[in-house]
Design a protein around this ligand. Structure first.
Ligand SMILES: Nc1ncnc2c1ncn2[C@@H]1O[C@H](COP(=O)(O)OP(=O)(O)OP(=O)(O)O)[C@@H](O)[C@H]1O
Length: 266
């Protein structure tokens, strides 16, 4: 376990480098993710936000650098230890990534089948519990993904990400494609889950409303590294990088930010 200033660091990334062919995405990227926080990774298109999530979760290999997961360096893990670690997180991909041939309940049970040894009725009970945690009605259990709205699919994907009672969930653009009401409801759901379960949330997002409503901290990807971390309000007050200035001080950011900032500009 890594503890710094009394806070536990669940994930530490140091000196990460990654290229695809001749295209270098990062040169030397550093990042810490603290237990219990809601962290947003932001940055311009193509800066490698999605790739970073894939590197941390082991889906993509970096060219250089060290990823430490729950205090253990990723490259030192045995296959068994890696599997143990994978049980400690859940991932919600952008489109929900549900299996279309499985019902919602069966989708939620996929990680349980992979990692646990439970009876069918036990898995069903747990899956129904996850459904209610994400605000889906029991009737949704036997539907196929194609029979659900976009918002319901996201919730079903989140229920699957929560299947193994993870300590951290990775969310890739959780509100993308949702209407404003659906997006606001999803933001509240994320905050509620973080508060009630003590979850750590790592999310890639472009959504300023989400950032200002639910995120404790933001990490900004630019110039092939994380150029700044801080609360959304700190970044807005002292935008010390052109991209941060453009993003956090533009009209859309002012509309999304809490009353204090809005009053200043009105
Ligand atoms: N498997 C891959 N092979 C080659 N290039 C890739 C691969 N995956 C990602 N890239 C490239 O890496 C860069 C970063 O991609 P990534 O999707 O992480 O960006 P992003 O910051 O999430 O962008 P956006 O905000 O547009 O989603 C892009 O230039 C992308 O084309």
């Amino acid at each position: 376990m890594i503890v710094e200033d009394g806070r536990e660091i669940l994930i530490r990334v140091r000196g990460l480098a990654k290229s695809f062919g001749t295209h270098q995405i990062w040169e030397s990227l550093n990042l810490d993710v603290y237990r219990g926080e809601i962290l947003a990774i932001v940055g311009g298109s193509g800066q490698g936000k999605s790739v970073l999530m894939r590197v941390i979760t082991g889906l993509v290999r970096p060219d250089n650098g060290v990823v430490t997961l729950f205090g253990q360096e990723e490259h030192t893990l045995s296959p068994e230890a890696r599997l143990e670690i994978e049980r400690r997180w859940g991932i919600l991909f952008q489109d929900g990534a549900l299996f279309s041939s499985l019902t919602v309940l069966q989708n939620i049970e996929v990680p349980m089948r992979e990692h646990l040894d439970l009876s069918q009725s036990m898995m069903d009970n747990l899956a129904f519990l996850k459904l209610s945690m994400v605000g889906l009605p029991p009737e949704a259990a036997h539907k196929y993904p194609s029979e659900l709205s976009g918002g319901m699919r996201k919730r079903a994907g989140l229920a699957r990400a929560l299947a193994l009672d993870p300590e951290i969930v990775f969310l890739d653009e959780p509100t993308a494609g949702l209407d404003p009401i659906g997006a606001t409801e999803f933001d509240h759901l994320i905050r509620k889950l973080q508060q009630t379960l003590g979850l750590t949330v790592y999310m890639v997002t472009h959504d300023l409303d989400t950032i200002f409503t639910v995120c404790d901290r933001v990490a900004v990807l630019a110039d092939k590294k994380i150029v700044r971390t801080g609360s959304p309000q700190e970044l807005q007050r002292t935008p010390d990088h052109p991209w941060i200035e453009e993003y956090f001080c533009g009209e859309r950011a002012r509309a999304a930010s809490p009353t204090e900032e809005r009053r200043v500009v009105s």
